[in-house]
Design a protein around this ligand. Structure first.
Ligand code: GUN
Length: 296
């Protein structure tokens, strides 16, 4: 199949980011430091299992040590917090990641606040989120927003002064991405509109976007009529839906109706193969940085 010329290849760009980490990993190794990234997964959500396995595989390819703690779905909040206390104190682990979503009986905000901010490679601790909001970019920035920024920069796209419309106000993507791109800083300085389920006339906002980021978790929500011709479309969401062509089977789709939007968009991220690999690459970058800072 011919590759459409306006596709932003997240896999290739993520590979560039990972390659750029190798000299830093070599310098750490020369000092006897192997970065360590520990994962915590609660329950058996199939998507979370796949995501953590992918992160572990990439870590292994780079020579980053990793381990996954799996807690049962019924695990108490206290037992998770006790595990995090141990991992916070263990010098072998420079980065700690608790995979979301967590079971409903566990308060995510308590969990993310319990991770040491200097090991919080997800950037979800209130201190890292707060630093991002006030424009102090020296903390850890959540991986998906950082990955979207890096992806567009490396694709040669600029949004200085442009209008970025983000769909979805979640703490993992929408809110931190809005905070990141509106900063008065290089690679930012955008005019940001953050839309959500309470937004009136949502398609109208979408049509005013120079860059439209879909992170709402609704399969194929963004249709061609919502996209200004030539706009950049970034598809973050991943959902599993029934496959109409194969009874009983499922397939993965993004938040963008790709087949109809791609001919209208100037640039578009495929899904899979767009934002996902970048999230993993930025996690590795944050982990290398954590190891550098904690062993300096
Ligand atoms: N679930 C979906 N995306 C993420 C992420 O970036 N980090 C964690 N910890 N969980 C997620």
């Amino acid at each position: 199949m011919k590759t459409p010329c306006n596709l932003i290849d997240g896999r290739a760009i993520a590979a560039q980011v990972l390659e750029s980490l190798r000299p830093r990993l070599d310098r750490l190794r020369a000092r006897g430091v192997q970065p360590g990234l520990v994962f915590v997964r609660v329950g058996e959500d199939p998507a979370s299992r796949v995501y953590v396995e992918r992160k572990e595989k990439t870590a292994a390819e780079l020579g980053i040590r990793s381990l996954t703690h799996v807690l049962p779905e019924s695990a108490s909040e206290e037992s998770l917090l006790a595990l995090l206390d141990r991992l916070n104190a263990d010098a072998a682990w420079h980065g700690i990641l608790v995979q979301a979503p967590l079971p409903r009986h566990i308060r995510a905000e308590r969990v993310y606040a319990a991770i040491r901010p200097d090991k919080d490679v997800d950037g979800f601790h209130p201190m890292n989120m707060g630093r991002l909001l006030i424009g102090d970019l020296g903390g850890f920035i959540p991986c998906t927003p950082a990955g979207i920024q890096e992806l567009l920069v490396r694709a040669g796209l600029s949004w200085e002064g442009a209008h970025v419309v983000i769909l979805g106000r979640g703490n993992i993507v929408g809110k931190p991405l809005a905070a990141l791109l509106c900063q008065k800083a290089p690679r930012a300085n955008a005019t940001v509109t953050l839309c959500h389920s309470g937004t009136r006339d949502l398609p109208e906002h979408c049509r005013r976007a120079d860059i439209l980021v879909a992170a709402l978790g609704v399969p194929e929500y963004v249709k061609a009529f919502m996209v200004r011709p030539g706009a950049v479309v970034v598809d973050v969401g991943v959902s599993r839906v029934p496959d109409p062509t194969r009874p009983g089977a499922t397939r993965l789709v993004g938040d963008v109706a790709f087949a109809e939007v791609q001919p209208v968009a100037g640039w578009i991220t495929p899904n899979p193969g767009g934002v996902g690999p970048m999230t993993i690459a930025m996690l590795m970058q944050n982990t290398v940085r954590a190891a550098e800072q904690l062993t300096a």
